[in-house]
Design a binder for this molecule. Structure first.
Ligand code: G6P
Length: 617
């Protein structure tokens, strides 16, 4: 959501900024703009729609290529996605330009005050008040100190925001401020970058500084200075980005999503790498919780959003089964409003690919306020959620650019299994060789996923044949139920189709009324180990819907003969233990949704209205 780029250095600023914005396109946006400061003049250009519209406008009337600059891709919150609402916003004197990610909650009141003082507004955005306020602060102090003006501005703002500004008063300086919304500095040689994530500058430098809450940074060619809102200098958190630029390229695929689906075997393998020591003990990435703390835990609450929430639902089955600790799973945006019962013996697991989802961040902060411990499962090193957690397991999936999560989901599952096993280890609930056996089963998964990916052509053909369907239903039991939810979510996100998932047992309590002749229903059948009651019940469910004319698309283990007579279409899975089955069962559903969306001509990397990292609540 909202991409931010800023550059100060000897290279042509405009090129660097537009290139950076293109690398942030995956975050989701509906307009884009730049401001370049050269020879004491500020020039802004902004356009609704795709970045290409901005490129065309810049080609028609090119601003100076050098100087310093800032750029933005906007995901509309206040005001429609129009040219005028796009960022940057400037003050009436065209002295400062500001870009923003987040929501300024007290903008309506501030706007009235600014209008009373003579500011003329042109947009419907909350951001524009920041440009006027910053300009007022700069002018009233009369000292040309943009950073100090930014600090005073931020103290007047409420909400979550990242602001980046340039001013004609100090043409060698980019200033940025951060509250909640992500912001990271890239340190170069004689040049510096700022962006909402490292993808924007990774082609230029991999030395990064993560900014903390309520910090302001001043970037010049040869210096980076971080202060708090009072102006006291503070240390930013420096780190090295271990993704290289090529990891964020399409690598011969037409879409990032196709590439990322195919990368899943490697992503799963990398997430498992080095976890099991010679002595059979498991280790996690950052564990600031002692074994004693973990032995004290009497309840686990998992909080997450979107696809990460589905990973959490699957984790519950594994953790409760292996550790015998009650485990709730909450949609992050609902969590703190239900007044959850939390205490120091509650372990909260926050699952977030980006580490920046505002709903998840706010939910985990609420948990920490109640003195619960927080363990983060995250893909982005140095992002806010892991930084504020007591323990972290990174998912090592590499950068995921497609907005709809694929490889990070599988790696989140692996991380959840690791956490479950780690807890079982620490609490003495499993022998070392039991843990080793499950780790070995997990270690066999990359190979299973690889082989499965080689057999997906019939699934693609099936998806294309359903491109005109209006609805697809998904059914599952046990861990197959969250898999069904994820399959339905993928179809909604990518193909813009109505799709719904149900626990197969719930079918008879209502959803069965939806079944009509020809309706495609995807059913996820538990694997070998789960045969018996669970398996037989779902086979009955398949029969029930088929008897009512549904087109049954059955996802089952390849040697499961019992489902064949009732499957109009059969997608065969490798033989894996039930609890681990989501690692394979999800794959055909990703391919199904992706192919169906492509058949409809949709952009699977940047689905409409969606953002990769949702930094507003
Ligand atoms: C957005 C994305 C989803 C993602 C969700 C949670 O809605 O479009 O793909 O699952 O956020 O994101 P997180 O980064 O917290 O996992």
């Amino acid at each position: 959501m909202c991409g931010i780029v800023g550059y100060v250095g000897p290279q042509p600023a405009l090129d660097i900024i537009v290139e950076g914005l293109s690398r942030l396109e995956y975050r989701g946006y509906d307009s884009a703009g730049v401001a370049v400061l050269a020879d004491g003049n500020l020039r802004t250009e902004k356009r609704a729609g795709k970045l290409q519209n901005l490129r065309d406008a810049l080609a028609e009337s090119p601003p100076p290529a050098d100087g310093i600059g800032i750029g933005h891709t906007r995901w509309a919150t206040h005001g429609a996605p129009t040219d005028v609402n796009a960022h940057p916003h400037v003050d009436n004197a065209n002295r400062v330009a500001v870009i923003h990610n987040g929501i300024i909650e007290n903008f309506a009141r501030l706007r009235v005050e600014l209008e009373e003082r003579g500011s003329k507004f042109h947009s419907q955005t909350d951001t524009e008040i920041a440009a006027h306020l910053l300009s007022d602060e700069l002018q009233s102090a009369g000292d040309g100190d943009l950073a100090a003006a930014m600090r005073r501005t931020c103290r007047q703002l409420e909400g979550a925001f990242t602001l980046v500004a340039v001013s004609t008063e100090d043409p060698d300086l980019v200033v940025a401020a951060r509250r909640n919304s992500p912001l990271v500095v890239g340190r170069g040689q004689g040049e510096n970058f700022i962006a909402s994530d490292v993808a924007a500058f990774i082609a230029h430098t991999r030395d990064a500084i993560e900014l903390g809450q309520d910090q302001v940074v001043e970037l010049r060619r040869d210096s980076v200075r971080v202060t708090d809102y009072d102006g006291t200098q503070v240390e930013g958190n420096e780190y090295y980005v271990d993704w290289d630029a090529s990891a964020a390229e399409k690598g011969g695929y037409k879409y990032f999503m196709l590439k990322e689906i195919m990368e899943q075997p490697r992503a799963v393998a990398d997430t498992l790498l080095g976890r099991l020591g010679e002595d059979g003990t498991l280790s996690l990435d950052e564990m600031r919780l002692s074994p004693a703390d973990l032995r004290d835990i009497h309840k686990i609450v998992i909080i997450a959003a979107g696809t990460s929430y589905h990973a959490g639902l699957i984790a519950k089955y594994a953790i409760e089964h292996w550790c015998r600790i009650p485990c709730d799973v909450d949609v992050a945006s609902e969590f703190r409003y239900r007044d959850p019962i939390l205490d120091p013996q509650t372990l909260v697991i926050a699952i977030s690919q980006s580490g920046e989802s505002m709903d998840t961040l706010m939910a985990m902060r609420h948990a920490r306020e109640q003195r619960s411990k927080v363990l983060a499962i995250c893909n982005v090193n140095g992002s806010t959620i892991p930084r504020e957690s007591d323990a972290v397991v990174y998912t090592h999936a590499g950068p995921e650019v497609g907005v709809a999560a694929t490889k990070t989901f599988l790696t989140q599952l692996v991380a959840c299994y690791l956490v479950g096993l780690y807890l079982a280890q620490v609490r003495g609930l499993k022998y070392g060789d039991e843990i080793r056996t499950i780790i070995e089963q997990l270690a066999a998964m990359p190979d299973s996923v690889e082989r499965l990916l080689d057999t997906m052509q019939p699934t693609r053909d099936l998806a294309r044949s359903l491109a005109d369907s209006e609805t697809v239903l998904f059914l599952g039991r046990h861990v197959g139920y969250p898999v069904a939810l994820e399959g339905a979510l993928k179809l909604k996100e990518l193909a813009y189709m109505h799709a719904e998932a149900f626990a197969a047992g719930e079918l008879k309590h209502g959803p069965i009324a939806l079944i009509e002749p020809g309706l495609p229903v995807v059913v996820v059948v538990p694997s070998e180990e789960g045969r018996g009651v669970l398996h037989d019940k779902i086979v009955s469910n398949i029969q029930e819907i088929r008897a009512r004319g549904a087109r049954t698309i059955v996802i089952a283990q390849a040697d499961d003969e019992s489902v064949r007579p009732y499957a109009d279409d059969l997608i065969e899975l490798p033989d894996v233990p039930t609890l681990l089955q989501p690692l394979v069962a999800t794959v055909p559903l990703q391919i199904f949704a992706c192919e169906l969306a492509l058949a409809k001509g949709n952009d699977v990397d940047q689905p409409r209205n969606l953002a990769k990292s949702v930094t507003v609540e």
